[in-house]
Design a protein around this ligand. Structure first.
Ligand code: SF4
Length: 348
């Protein structure tokens, strides 16, 4: 087992059956060994610095119907909202004062935000905050659309592939969505010059260790700058409402593997990890993660952006969250820093 972890450390990848073996046989001792190597690598590239991204959930309308998602089109129990441009800019203002140097605009695939509207919003943030990175995360678009946002001033795009296994992809999504298109979007984003983030849920319904091995191999091939993973957490108003949540230990183990695969990568310790375990985000940092994505959305809409049940940090003001996170990160020996936190060596 340790031999395989050593091999991963040296070569930054493994064969598919070797990944499967690791994922099926890890234990506390091997996890600790993996995490110690992962921390050594994050320390080498980032010291004890942790970057934060201010998340602005600007719309919970979505035309899609992914089976796992709490804001899917078919969920009639969601109170839908859209933030205005002024509200989005006000979130940025609060975030900047609190030390955020990256803003993440995240939303469902909402046709009301036309390209013209998004370009206008991105340009306004770019003009108001020239020293900040702008990350977008609102799903699948054409090459030309991604290009417009990039030219308006966006720097990064997050689009989780969710699963790299065709059959599993079909089990999680309606026929209108395809893995091939998802991958094409990711390739287009890279081609344009975005810093690209992908990722997947751990423990989603019907997932096997073979699926996870395929996820890791796809990530190796794509070579993204960021990878966000979190445990699957069911949402009661979805077809997967009665499935069990994913495992915290397996999520942490995978964060460790990802750090060895992408030593200088930007790996968030996700809110979902903090939702299944009160100390989950701290554990994520100790497993090799180096990014946190606290919420800057107005407090009145936070509960309405519930992708899964019992999401944490929906009741606190951004300033409160900020203090809480700083203390949490400090408790495990790391520091939140006021930096954009770009991928090392990335040139725009
Ligand atoms: S996962 Fe994304 S694309 Fe799918 S329904 Fe939810 S918000 Fe829409």
């Amino acid at each position: 087992m340790k031999n395989l972890i050593d091999k991963l450390y040296k070569t930054q990848t493994l064969e598919k059956d070797e990944f499967i073996y690791l994922l099926e046989n890890y234990n506390k001792e091997t996890s600790e060994y993996l995490f110690s190597l992962a921390r050594a690598l994050s320390g080498k590239y980032f010291g004890n610095e942790v970057y934060t991204r201010g998340l602005i959930e600007f719309t919970n309308y979505c035309k899609n119907d992914c089976y796992y998602c709490g804001i899917r089109r078919s969920n009639k129990n969601v109170n839908r909202y859209r933030l205005t441009k002024e509200e989005i800019l006000s979130c940025c203002e609060t975030g900047y004062e609190l030390g955020f140097r990256t803003f993440v605009l995240q939303g469902g695939e909402d046709g009301a935000f036309t390209d013209k509207a998004m370009v206008d919003i991105v340009k306004s943030i770019r003009e108001g905050y020239p020293d900040c990175a702008i990350t977008l995360s609102f799903g699948e678009k054409s090459y030309d659309q991604y290009l417009k946002y990039y030219e308006a001033g966006a720097n990064r795009y997050l689009l989780r592939h969710e699963t790299a296994d065709e059959a599993h992809y079909s089990a999680l999504h309606p026929d209108s969505l395809s893995l091939e298109n998802r991958k094409e979007c990711l390739r287009n984003l890279k081609k344009i010059g975005y810093q690209v983030g992908t990722g997947f849920m751990v423990g989603s319904p019907y997932q096997t260790t073979k699926c996870l091995a395929e996820d890791l191999l796809f990530i190796k091939e794509l070579s993204p700058q960021m990878v966000g993973i979190g445990p699957f957490i069911p949402h009661k108003d979805t077809p997967f409402g009665s499935f069990p949540a994913g495992s915290k230990d397996l999520t942490l183990f995978l964060i460790g593997i990802l750090r060895l695969m992408i030593p200088n990568g930007l790996l968030p310790s996700t809110t979902a990890l903090g939702t299944i375990d009160p100390k989950g985000r701290e554990a994520g940092i100790l497993a090799g993660a180096n990014v946190l994505m606290p919420n800057l959305s107005p407090i009145g809409v936070r509960k309405k952006y519930e992708l899964y049940d019992n999401k944490i940090c929906t009741g606190e003001e951004a300033a409160e969250c900020n203090v809480c996170l700083r203390n949490r990160v400090a408790s495990v020996g790391y520091n939140i820093v006021e930096k954009r936190g770009d991928f090392i060596g990335f040139e725009e």
